[in-house]
Design a protein around this ligand. Structure first.
Ligand code: AMP
Length: 394
């Protein structure tokens, strides 16, 4: 079965094509476009490129297209990307404005461009279905909760990949297998010692998730991708009381507040330099105090959430760094892991510096808590779920 994974941003389109069968999976091609204004044109170009490069002989060979949708109203898990799914994305377009409109558009466009393919959406919220209710809720009046305001959690495909891969690296194939089948079977009972992982997805958008025996027990992201850790341009954690105060005192409209909190905050807002940690780190080296504050705030927030999940899980066996910052930025990893020897975590400074965007153990051999770098591979999680969904249908 050929599965095309479409990763849609507000102005970008990236894809990977996988061959999936009962014995395994293989990535056949990948590519992408920036500054996209017309999705139908780039989809057409992608299909032509795949034919011209001899990967497929005709677009009809593609059996399914998978979409990593973020958040839908009253929908979750792995579903057919049909009209109901598009309506659910549109129902929460305000909550995830950078993500939902491009996916709603892209799904419609693929339905036209590839009418023979099955379209499947895996929601980023799917991994959090089993988070305890008291950790999913906010202490709000019933009427607010009735309209779907609660903690959802995002980056589900990335954290699920980390859950499976870290279990394999720790020799816990029982946990890896039950995580692989999580969306079909739900959590299974795991015998013996529990496996407790904290996964740090640190990139343009960041979150920390606690994972107990392969199942997410909590995450730093909340109702929208606008909470928890500071993001590139988004604020992360913010006291709700700050919004009416800023509106009254600075004379801001609600629309201006939205722009400030989603486009002018986070690492960019604090550093005043850039939203990219590479530029911010350069500025730190020249003595820029605001840049130092931005990185220190990010590190502090990662440690805050990591500590919370370690406590809630009764301990921690491994911490994992993934995504652009987590995979590449050894200075940040060292800061996150500093001073935890008493808790059984000893980072190996040389292994840490040497590791760049490759899978590695960066703790010492003596460290009871393992520290891993695991490159993000959300597309594979998606391709596997799409394959299972479609195989189940046929
Ligand atoms: P992602 O969203 O996972 O693609 O991560 C993007 C972010 O990762 C960028 O905004 C940078 O802050 C960071 N990043 C990407 N590449 C590197 C690198 N080579 N070294 C340090 N940080 C990086």
């Amino acid at each position: 079965m050929l599965v095309l994974i479409a990763n849609l941003g507000s102005t970008s389109f990236k894809y990977r094509l996988f061959r999936m069968d009962a014995t395994g999976d293989e990535m056949l091609a990948k590519g992408g476009f920036e500054r996209v204004t017309d999705y139908s044109a780039v989809i057409e170009e992608t299909l032509q490129t795949l034919v011209q490069n001899g990967i497929i002989s005709s677009p009809e060979e593609i059996d399914a297209v998978g979409f990593k949708t973020v958040l839908g109203k009253n929908i979750n898990g792995c579903v057919m990307a049909d009209d109901a799914c598009v309506a659910a994305l549109e129902g929460f377009a305000d909550v995830a404005p950078a993500h939902n409109p491009p996916y709603a558009n892209g799904i419609r466009q693929f339905a036209k461009s590839l009418p023979s393919a099955k379209l499947v959406a895996l929601f980023e919220t799917a991994f959090y279905q089993w988070v305890p209710e008291e950790r999913q809720t906010y202490a709000l009046p019933q009427e607010w909760r009735n309209i779907g305001i609660r903690r959802y959690g995002f980056h589900g495909a990335s954290h699920k990949f980390v859950a499976e891969r870290s279990a394999e690296l720790l020799g816990r194939n029982d946990v890896a297998a039950s995580t692989a089948a999580l969306y079909q079977n739900g959590p299974s009972t795991i015998a013996g010692k529990p496996l407790r992982i904290v996964s740090c997805h640190l990139g343009g958008s960041s979150s920390v998730t606690g994972i107990y025996n392969g199942v997410a027990i909590g995450t730093s992201m909340g109702f929208s991708p606008q909470s928890g850790l500071p993001q590139n341009n988004r604020v992360g954690e913010l006291d709700s009381g700050a919004i009416p105060y800023a509106m009254r005192t600075l004379g801001l409209t609600l629309e201006e507040v939205e722009v400030h909190l989603t486009k002018k905050s986070g690492l960019l807002g604090l550093s005043g330099v850039s939203n990219d940690i590479r530029d911010i780190h350069e500025a730190v080296l020249t003595g820029n105090q605001n840049a130092a504050l931005a990185i220190n705030h990010l590190v502090d927030s990662i440690r805050h959430w990591t500590g919370a999940f370690a406590w809630q899980m009764g301990g921690i066996d491994a911490i994992v760094f993934t995504a652009g910052i987590g995979e590449n930025h050894h200075v940040l990893r060292r800061a996150v892991c500093a001073g935890l020897e008493e808790m059984g975590l000893i980072l190996d400074p040389e292994k840490n510096v040497a590791c760049r965007a490759t899978e590695a153990v960066i703790s010492t051999d003596e460290s009871r808590v393992k520290v891993f770098v695991i490159p993000a591979y959300e597309e594979l999680v998606l391709a596997r779920e799409v394959y299972r969904k479609i195989s189940h249908l046929s």
